[in-house]
Design a protein around this ligand. Structure first.
Ligand code: GLA
Length: 388
């Protein structure tokens, strides 16, 4: 059985076992990696993520009592909640908060959300920075929209799922992850303007170019990731205010030096420099990809990493080690992907060199006494969808 079929079968088996009977349908949403454009989304800037072939599947059916039961492989027993808990952000916690958050966001937007029984299985690793939470949000959203016959076109789903995460779960994240896992398409990266939500699908045909993206899970524990993320976001917002712009996206590359000269503290200057140069690197990457020059994006990926390490200060030793080892083993470029303080590194490599690069990273980890990394090659996959 393929991995995708297996996870769907697990969701169905979970549904039958917990609730009895058959689900009305199964809906899936993927994890994501971000090719480039880190911590730019909440600065109204540009990102270039793609959806992964790893998926979360929700098997679901309407529940006539108007309440929600949700079981996942992470727990033995289903979590249950009704409208009262769903309407009070924070009342449901743990992984089930992403489900309650979607119910809350739908209800807050005036939709009549049907009660439902849901069973969730997933191949998206939790805590690796591959957006397992956005995958849950998107799959549950797809299920509830269809089960309830709600009038909600898919281009409005990312903002709604983001609200679930921001306002119900309480994580001040941007709109990148939800956009990637909802709007991603096979063979393409998603060029997203986070201010306008305009999307352009950029062909990213690694196979035809003899290339692969190697995703290296650092297995580094997330150290204070939530607090540090919120602190970075605040610092960017303060800087935008000090510079008299709506968001750091409004600082043009050519005006960067003048803008930096107006800021009096060195840390804030570094944060601003990361965001402004990172937006430019996204635009440059898109230009190269449009011209079919995939290999040439390597130096931009590596420059993005250096900027996250030195200016935004969100990397950790395991992550930097993976990047250095991948580059030394011949990767065209490598960078951390996602919010930081752990998670994954991606490396652009010749397809036939992927194993050697993975082995070089594993050897560097062994030398340093780090927990062995996880490695896999990935291709851009499709976004949230109904399976059957
Ligand atoms: C996390 C957030 C995203 C984005 C990235 C950093 O993944 O959920 O919104 O800010 O970090 O680029």
């Amino acid at each position: 059985m393929s991995a995708a079929a297996d996870v769907a079968a697990r969701a169905t088996a979970g549904f039958r076992q917990r609730y009895g009977g058959e689900p009305a349908g199964r809906w899936a949403a993927p994890g994501r990696v971000n090719l480039i454009g880190e911590h730019t989304d909440y600065n109204d800037g540009f990102v270039l993520p793609f959806a992964l072939p790893l998926r979360t599947v929700v098997a679901a059916a309407v529940a006539d009592d108007g309440r929600w039961s949700v079981w996942s492989e992470l727990d033995d027993e289903p979590v249950e909640f009704g409208p009262a808990e769903a309407d009070e952000p924070g009342r449901v916690d743990g992984w089930a908060a992403y489900v309650a958050g979607v119910v809350w966001a739908l209800r807050a937007a005036g939709h009549a959300v049907p009660g439902a029984r849901l069973a969730i299985a997933s191949d998206v690793p939790v805590g690796s920075g591959l957006s397992s939470s956005a995958a849950i949000e998107a799959a549950v959203l797809a299920a509830l929209v269809e089960l309830g016959g709600l009038d909600l076109p898919a281009d409005r789903w990312p903002r709604l799922a983001q609200r679930a995460e921001n306002d119900y779960v309480g994580a001040p994240t941007g709109i990148m992850d939800q956009s990637a896992v909802i709007r991603g398409r096979p063979g393409h990266a998603l060029f997203l303007d986070c201010r306008t939500e305009a999307v352009e699908l950029i062909p990213f045909d690694l196979g035809a170019a003899g290339l692969a993206v190697l995703v290296i899970d650092s297995h580094a524990p997330h150290r204070h990731a939530d607090g540090e993320y919120a602190a970075r976001r605040k610092s960017c917002e303060r800087a935008a205010k000090a510079l008299g712009v709506a968001a750091l996206r409004d600082v043009a590359t050519g005006d960067l030096e003048a803008a930096l000269a107006r800021l009096d503290d060195a840390e804030t200057r570094r944060r601003v420099r990361h965001v402004v140069t990172e937006d430019q690197r996204v635009l440059d990457t898109v230009e190269l990809l449009r011209a079919g020059r995939i290999r040439d994006i390597g130096p931009l990926l590596t420059a993005s990493h250096a900027s996250m390490r030195d200016d935004f200060e969100i990397t950790v030793p395991e992550i930097d080690t993976a990047v250095e080892a991948a580059l030394a083993a011949g990767a065209y470029g490598a960078r951390m992907t996602g919010g930081g303080f752990g998670g994954c590194v991606l490396a652009l490599v010749d397809a036939d060199a992927a194993d050697a690069v993975a082995a070089a990273v594993a050897a560097a980890y062994a030398d340093r006494g780090f927990t062995a990394p996880g490695t896999r090659t990935v291709l851009p996959a499709g976004g949230a969808t109904r399976l059957d």
